[in-house]
Design a binder for this molecule. Structure first.
Ligand code: RB5
Length: 142
């Protein structure tokens, strides 16, 4: 299951991501926000992070205007590895190298077509399980 969250700056792009998930029969839960009224992105970062840490969701997708604020907020939570991606190379690398569990994007940065390809890459790339990457992830946690 994929947990989704956004602020007002990411709401429209989240709708595009939802359409992609529906078309590909990928289960998701939308933790808000649900319209373009101004809200505080840390609230939604926390909701999605909690869903992952509680085992309700396997991965998350967070979207704000730039993707920056919501990724900073998510990465303050222990056990979360949130990667801000605006290209498919980074989305693939962060899964293989960092075992990122949240993808962050900027709704005012990437267009819907690219965003959906980034999501597709992120969701379908496995962690490498390489010893050196595992060691580095453990160092982050420490
Ligand atoms: C909201 O206007 C904007 O600051 C937010 O979406 C995000 O870009 C913050 O990093």
């Amino acid at each position: 299951m994929i947990a989704l969250g956004c602020d007002h700056g990411g709401f429209e792009l989240k709708q595009e991501v939802i359409q992609y998930l529906k078309e590909n029969q990928i289960e998701y839960k939308d933790y808000g926000c649900y319209d373009t009224a101004s809200v505080d992105y840390p609230v939604y970062a926390r909701k999605v992070a909690k869903a992952i840490l509680d085992g309700e969701a396997e991965k998350g997708i967070l979207i704000c205007g730039t993707g920056i604020g919501i990724s900073i907020a998510a990465n303050r939570i222990k056990g979360i590895r949130a990667a801000l991606c605006s290209d498919c190379f980074s989305a693939q690398a962060t899964r293989e190298h960092n075992d990122a569990n949240i993808l962050c994007m900027g709704g005012r940065v990437v267009g819907a077509g690219l965003a959906v390809k980034i999501v597709d890459t992120f969701l379908h790339t496995e962690f490498s399980n390489d010893e050196r990457h595992i060691r580095r992830i453990h160092l982050i946690e420490e």
